[in-house]
Design a protein around this ligand. Structure first.
Ligand SMILES: [Zn+2]
Length: 319
């Protein structure tokens, strides 16, 4: 190849290389900016919400919720009705698993949200924030699931939100409740707890392996041991009963400890926590559970410790 043809090739490929490099740098900068903006936004939001929570908690005495009995003889007809409301083939196996795991009486919100549910598979060119890691969203207001990355477990995660969302009105103000989260005007509570627990259920009910919200899932698996029976927390989630969770925690833990856990989960809902911080929160939760003196619950935490150690060993071995 003579010099002229080398120069000619460079002349042709050069702009492409420059463009690619430029694009890579831009993407990295955008990503850094988005992450930073995300962190700042969360920090502000957390300060604000902690103040609100402190006020609310001042005279807080939660009541243990007793769920209404759902008549057994209506179960079959309820299941039939639920299936008839479904317009999406891909949801049928998900509904099957939900019903067989939870039972129809634990899905009150789904009867309202399934009929007009819209699932939108968003093509990449329609994505507004394609640099963020959002895999999917559920909007209660529009009753719409948006799937950005159709990976295993994404539709299941969003469908758990669909099955646990409702609107309530208190003192002329509307709030939307999704699982444990409470969203209203200028108010956004318990989001981190809710996302973590949604992923715990995603793994448990649908056997999803790769999950989002890794830190939250890790911590919430310990947190749920404040309940003697995990089914109680599942019911509380689908009945939007955050009161029951607060009640259970405050039986042996303090309000300050509860706020610490909730704030941690909110802060790290969008990014992984440093290991030391995560372990400190897990330690706090386990201490509350130890205070209860309930052997079964304490043993469940120990079992989680062992499982986590084992999975780290496996990871190192495979590496
Ligand atoms: Zn979610």
């Amino acid at each position: 190849m003579d010099i002229a043809s080398i120069l000619y090739s460079l002349f042709q490929v050069g702009p492409l290389i420059i463009a690619c490099n430029y694009l890579t740098i831009r993407l990295k900068q955008d990503r850094k900016y988005e992450l930073q903006k995300n962190a700042e936004m969360k920090a502000c939001w957390l300060d604000y919400n902690e103040e609100l929570l402190k006020n609310t908690f001042k005279d807080y005495s939660p009541q243990k919720n007793i769920y209404q009995f759902f008549p057994k003889e209506l179960e079959n007809i309820a299941i039939e009705t639920l299936y008839s409301l479904n317009n999406y083939q891909e949801l049928t196996p998900i509904i099957d698993k939900l019903i067989s795991y939870l039972g129809i009486s634990t899905l009150p919100d789904l009867f309202f949200n399934l009929e007009n549910l819209n699932i939108h598979y968003v093509p990449f060119y329609e994505r507004k924030h394609f640099l963020l890691d959002t895999l999917g969203t559920y909007s209660y207001k529009n009753n719409e699931i948006n799937i950005y990355k159709n990976r295993p477990g994404v539709l299941e995660h969003e469908f758990l939100h669909t099955a646990s969302s409702r609107k309530i009105t208190k003192n002329d103000t509307d709030y939307s409740l999704t699982g444990f989260s409470v969203v209203g005007k200028d108010l956004d509570w318990f989001r981190g707890l809710n996302e973590g627990y949604t992923e715990v259920l995603n793994q448990r009910i649908f056997k999803t392996r790769k999950t989002a919200y890794k830190t939250n899932t890790y911590v919430v698996k310990y947190f749920e041991n404040i309940f003697d029976d995990p089914k109680e927390m599942e019911k509380a989630y689908f009945y939007n009963d955050i009161d029951n969770v607060v009640y259970q925690f405050l039986e042996y833990g303090s309000k300050e400890e509860f706020l610490k856990v909730i704030s941690f989960l909110d802060l790290y809902a969008g990014m992984p926590a440093p290991k030391a911080k995560r372990d400190a929160i897990v330690n706090l939760i386990c201490n509350v559970i130890k205070r209860s003196g309930k052997k079964d619950n304490i043993d469940k935490c120990k079992k989680l410790d062992e499982d986590n150690k084992l999975s780290i060993k496996k990871l190192v071995k495979n590496f």
